[in-house]
Design a protein around this ligand. Structure first.
Ligand code: AMP
Ligand code: GLY
Length: 423
């Protein structure tokens, strides 16, 4: 089968690397890809917004299956467009992608179908939002309604901070994404990410992970797309996983079917494990990045038939097998990330990394005349497996230290607190 993968991050490199081992794969294409993906797939420079060019490329190369990595084309309706011309595609429809595309939609949906989540109110008028905020007890969570690359959430410690944050949203700090806001109760607990494959009516768990969203050690600094992750998430015991399936994933699938927008693809539930049990912080309608890197490094089963079963409604017959170990990934970022990452600096030492239990997934890299250059903020994902988290952590940091790229930085504490709870 000829397959087109859409995206250019570490998530897509991990997906490409996993899909390559499938006997069902004939040729793998990726748009636009990166220097790591280029070494295992044919990359083509098509913008993810250009649906007509993507469709023309699929016809030219006899593509039978498209896998969409990022939320932006999903929310813009790429699945509907490809399906309309008869191409099988992995991901939710435009209607179903609203679970991530609009936080207000997701919250109203949770309320209607009894899915545990923080109490909230939504506003499209500045004065009403300010009035509401002034009656709340801090900390107060303020969210821009639309997509904001993980940066549209503010946790205000005082009423005046909350008012400022609401004003910034309506003044365009997140573009049109912030012209509507959701104001939420602050949840206390440990965060974890839960993934499931969903085929419209069935769901199977696809593993768990813990993500490090803040830029710096000790969970300080600004929010980022994610600076590291590990899998499985130790906080999610088997009992809690069952609870997440019963109280969050299954009601979501039923609710979306009842609303006549059946969900297909990967459903990523961002969770807070509170004293009252798991609560939904947010839905994402695609794999997490960098969580996908650790999930793929632990997956035993062929991924391609699993993605196909998701599209053709046969997940109830599928069983996924996992390596019985832990995986951990460290994001190496370009100096200046997230505000103004330095580009075109050279990365050396990647060729010498050749072990079975460690791999470097590329994100923002380009190859120029046999040199690998950084061309975006999050650039490499140093990923390792081990008998336990401690072992995976040691291997990943050993490999990271061997990479010769002075204009980079990474967090030193990925896995840190959790390792203490492991022993
Ligand atoms: P989101 O983009 O909705 O995942 O939010 C980004 C981050 O903000 C989350 O990973 C949490 O750390 C934090 N957050 C969001 N909503 C809440 C909430 N209701 N209570 C506490 N923390 C939250
Ligand atoms: N790492 C967070 C995300 O993919 O949304």
């Amino acid at each position: 089968m000829n397959l087109l993968l859409l995206g250019s991050g570490g998530r897509e490199h991990a997906l490409a690397w996993t899909l390559c081992s499938s006997p069902l794969l004939n040729k793998l294409y990726c748009a636009p890809g990166n220097a790591g993906i280029e070494s295992i797939a044919s990359c083509v420079n098509i913008s993810l917004n250009n649906f007509s060019e993507i469709i023309a490329f699929c016809r030219e190369k006899a593509i039978e299956f498209v896998v969409v990595g990022s939320e932006i084309p999903l929310v813009a309706g790429i699945v509907d467009e490809l399906m309309a011309v008869g191409i099988t595609v992995f991901g939710p429809s435009r209607a179903a992608a609203q679970l991530e595309g609009s936080k207000g939609f997701a919250k109203d949906f949770c309320r209607e179908f009894g899915i545990p989540t923080a109490d909230y109110a939504r506003f499209s008028e500045l004065d009403e939002a300010i009035n509401y905020v002034q009656r709340q007890k801090p900390p107060i969570v303020i969210k821009a309604d639309g997509l904001a690359a993980g940066k549209g959430v503010e946790i205000a410690q005082t009423i005046s901070e909350a008012v400022q944050s609401v004003r910034a949203c309506f003044a365009g700090a997140f573009g049109t994404a912030g012209y509507e806001v959701v104001i939420e109760e602050f949840l206390i607990g440990q965060e974890a990410s839960f993934f499931a494959l969903v085929d419209g009516s069935h769901a199977i768990p696809l593993g768990t992970a813990q993500d490090y969203k803040r830029l710096s050690d000790g969970n300080t600094g600004p929010n980022t797309g994610g600076m590291g992750a590990f899998s499985p998430a130790l906080v999610l015991t088997e009992k809690l996983n069952t609870k997440v399936m019963e109280s969050i994933i299954v009601p979501t699938i039923r609710g979306m079917a009842a609303r006549r927008m059946p969900y297909t693809g990967v459903l990523y539930a961002g969770l807070m494990i509170t004293e009252k049990g798991p609560q939904l912080i947010e839905y994402n309608v695609r794999f997490g990045d960098p969580e996908c890197q650790v999930l793929m490094f632990r997956l035993e089963t062929d991924l391609l038939p699993a993605l196909l079963a998701t599209c053709n409604g046969s997940l109830n017959r599928l069983k996924l097998l996992w390596k019985n170990d832990s995986a951990l990934t460290i994001v190496m970022a370009a100096e200046g990330y997230p505000h103004s990452p330095q580009r075109n600096t050279e990365i050396k030492g990647l060729d010498g990394i050749n072990e079975t239990d460690a791999i470097v997934f590329h994100a923002g890299t380009v190859r120029k005349k046999n040199r690998i250059l950084a061309n975006s903020g999050r650039v490499l994902n140093i990923t390792a497996r081990g008998r336990n988290l401690k072992d995976a952590q040691k291997k990943a940091y050993d490999v990271a230290r061997r990479i010769d790229w002075p204009e980079s930085f990474y967090r030193d504490d990925i896995g840190g607190r959790s390792i203490e709870s492991e022993s």
